[in-house]
Design a protein around this ligand. Structure first.
Ligand code: ADP
Ligand code: MG
Length: 305
């Protein structure tokens, strides 16, 4: 047995329309880790996850889940992984308990080993166990999707954008569950997100994918340490004309008339930015800084490449 929960080699996916969603991904996920797969919309995250889940067929490459080659041992590899999909694809005519039981049946979990009550309790749906899925709120349906991913006790749990568009309370609950599963059940967790702060809070290691390629892969600590992209948002006293190009400083004008000045803190100081603006006659009425978000990260990574 390898020490990797997932090993991916040369993974490619071209959809029937010709879209090359994955262009040759190599990636391994250590056992026991919480691993973040980050990238902007359209990067290929869900395609990758859905290939792991066996929902999308790959065009080329090798996928090994918990030591089982997906093509050689499809049943074992499928049994090793549970996926909470991005889309809310619940049958409206099932109750939460019914949905969990059906899922367990699909995975061949014998009745004596099912633990629907425990799962319902964990996802906070004990009260709603007999309610039809169509009567559940969006947040409850998401929790039910998490529950469904757990019925067969998988070694690896994959969550595809679990917190996109959910409220803070549900987000906290999901994260608490995920941490607990990782810590107490030794489950390897893979999650996709486009929120950097979420990855920062949750993940031991991160891979960033963009346009179907891995552009960065490191421990969260190392990766975020590299990201020294900063944005200073300046409200000028009066309209500002074109500014000369200065190496390491990128200026753009936003719709509200503010100037967004991007720079890399290790190369350029805030003082350099301010004096460049002053030298060009910009009078500053107000200034604030913004956290580097994922877009900045991509800019920063592609610039340094
Ligand atoms: P992400 O999850 O990172 O937002 P996806 O994996 O959903 O990215 O999509 C990657 C690319 O593949 C996008 O350009 C998307 O439009 C395309 N794509 C996704 N699913 C399909 C599909 N079923 N058929 C054709 N193209 C698809
Ligand atoms: Mg997606």
């Amino acid at each position: 047995m390898t020490r990797h929960a997932i090993e991916i080699e040369g993974l490619k996916k071209t959809y029937s329309g010709g879209k090359e969603a994955l262009k040759g991904i190599d990636l391994s996920v250590p056992r026991g880790s919480v691993f973040g797969l980050l990238g902007p919309n359209g990067a290929g995250k869900s395609t990758l996850i859905n290939i792991l889940a066996g929902l999308v067929t790959k065009t080329a490459g090798k996928v090994t889940i918990w030591g089982w080659d997906q093509d050689v041992n499809p049943r074992q590899s499928r049994a090793s992984i549970g996926v909470m999909p991005q889309e809310l694809n619940l049958d409206p005519f099932f109750t939460p308990r019914g949905a969990l039981e059906v899922q367990a049946g699909l995975y061949g979990v014998p009745k004596s080993q099912r633990r629907s009550d425990e799962i319902l309790d964990m996802i906070g749906l004990t009260d709603k166990a007999e309610a039809y899925a169509r009567t559940l709120s969006g947040g409850m349906r998401r929790r039910l999707l998490l529950g469904k991913a757990l019925v067969h006790h998988p070694h690896v749990l994959v969550l595809d954008e679990p917190t996109a568009g959910v409220d803070i309370e549900l987000r906290q609950m999901l994260w608490n569950n995920v941490r607990k599963l990782n810590r107490d059940s030794d489950m390897t967790i893979i999650l996709t997100t486009h929120y950097l702060e979420e990855a920062e809070e949750m993940c031991d290691e991160i891979a960033i994918i963009n346009h179907g390629e891995v552009v960065a892969r490191d421990s969260t600590k190392n990766l975020l340490g590299q990201l020294d992209a900063k944005t200073m948002v300046i409200q000028p006293d009066s309209a500002v004309g074109a500014l000369p190009e200065v190496a390491g400083i990128a200026v753009s004008t936003r719709e509200d008339g503010t100037l967004a000045v991007s720079y890399r803190a290790r190369q350029t100081s805030a003082e350099d930015v301010l004096s460049m603006l002053r030298d060009n006659g910009v009078r500053i009425r107000d200034v604030r800084t913004e956290q580097a978000d994922l877009e900045d990260v991509f800019l920063s990574l592609t610039r340094s490449a």
